[in-house]
Design a protein. Structure first.
Length: 359
């Protein structure tokens, strides 16, 4: 593509930004306040979010991660002991501490897990309409791959081909927030890592969920299969299975095309900017780029802006698992798509009134 002399090259000037709040600028401000020990912006943001359950779930997750290891939520509870949002954030922080200890391989996390479950159950009793405490319980289930806890051993309600898991928790969550993004992602992680599951189970679950999501919901769950496919691809690479040809064809099947087409039409086009998860956008952009749909991928990259996320790029980079290589892969894909699309990559239209009314 020929550029005007002196014109800025958006590809050459690109510098990725990794921020847990992604495109949610209001959340970015609250996170920075939490990091320096201020809890009131977090309180005000959750109050403003209200009963928008999807946004409440995503914002509380990011805030809980930022607050973990600090005394911010404890200070909030001391100042406002009757605050429902403070109790929910107490559950979030306790859950995050358990997840971190588990990921780092620390032994003896049972006491921490008991405290986190008690905090989630307490928040659940205080605000029984809120899906976040149930999301916390599903997150804690990912640390029980051997399913020692009875609630994590339930049979699936409909699909007999899916393994046992915390299905009653998921059912209770769906009754509160039918298309809760994080809750379904947590459930997929449970099935991926449990003694009765694996990558095939995670793929089956993602496809099952995808098939049940109505397009008019504008649900981020339409991207869930792309997450499962990225995890499956990572596992294949770790086992030394795919060569370059297999890797390319992994993303060029009719099934993947159906996933990306529907995610574009029914989620990307009709969700408000604040509701677009950066990691979902990155998975969609990658799948489109890998399928050589450069024009469509360019539109997603334009919406992403500088907000790269490690996954899925860290799974598909030349050096798998290396963050620098993942950043290079993101920049390469972005540059290729924007260069090929040129001025043909029309900006995203944004949600219509009808789409907004589905929330």
């Amino acid at each position: 593509m020929t550029r005007r002399r002196g014109a800025a090259d958006p590809v050459a000037e690109f510098v990725p930004v990794f921020h847990p709040a992604g495109l949610d600028t209001a959340l970015q401000w609250a996170v920075e306040a939490v990091r320096v020990g201020h809890w009131k912006p977090m309180r005000d943001l959750l109050a403003e979010t209200g009963r928008h359950w999807g946004l409440r779930t995503s914002r509380s997750q990011v805030l809980g991660s930022a607050a973990a290891g600090t005394h911010v939520v404890r200070q909030w509870l001391e100042e406002e002991p009757g605050s429902v949002d403070a109790l929910v954030m107490h559950a979030r922080v306790n859950t995050e501490l358990v997840l971190r200890a588990y990921r780092q391989g620390h032994g003896g996390i049972e006491d921490l897990a008991v405290q986190a479950r008690e905090a989630a159950l307490s928040a659940n009793r205080t605000y029984p309409a809120d899906p976040v405490p149930l999301v916390c319980l599903l997150a804690l289930a990912t640390t029980d791959p051997h399913q020692f806890i009875k609630a994590h051993q339930m049979p699936p309600p409909e699909n007999e081909f899916l393994p046992t898991g915390p299905w009653r928790l998921l059912h209770a969550l769906v009754e509160r927030d039918a298309f809760n993004r994080e809750g379904h992602h947590r459930m997929m992680q449970v099935l991926l890592r449990s003694r009765s599951g694996g990558h095939a189970a995670a793929l089956d679950f993602a496809q099952w969920v995808w098939s049940r999501v109505p397009g008019e919901s504008a649900s981020a769950l339409l991207v869930l299969p792309l997450h499962a496919l990225a995890e499956h691809y990572r596992a294949k690479r770790e086992q030394g299975l795919p060569d370059a040809g297999v890797g390319a064809m992994h993303w060029r099947t009719d099934t993947v095309r159906a996933y990306t087409d529907r995610a574009l039409r029914c989620w990307f086009e009709y969700s408000g900017r604040v509701e677009l998860s950066a990691v979902d956008l990155n998975h969609l952009a990658h799948a489109l780029w890998a399928a050589r749909k450069f024009g469509q991928a360019a539109r997603v990259f334009q919406t992403i802006g500088p907000h790269a996320t490690p996954a899925p790029w860290i799974h598909v980079a030349n050096t798998a698992g290396d963050r620098y290589s993942a950043t290079q892969e993101f920049a390469r894909a972005r540059g290729q798509c924007l260069s090929i699309a040129g001025g043909d990559a029309a900006p995203r239209a944004g949600p219509t009134r009808a789409a907004r009314q589905t929330w």
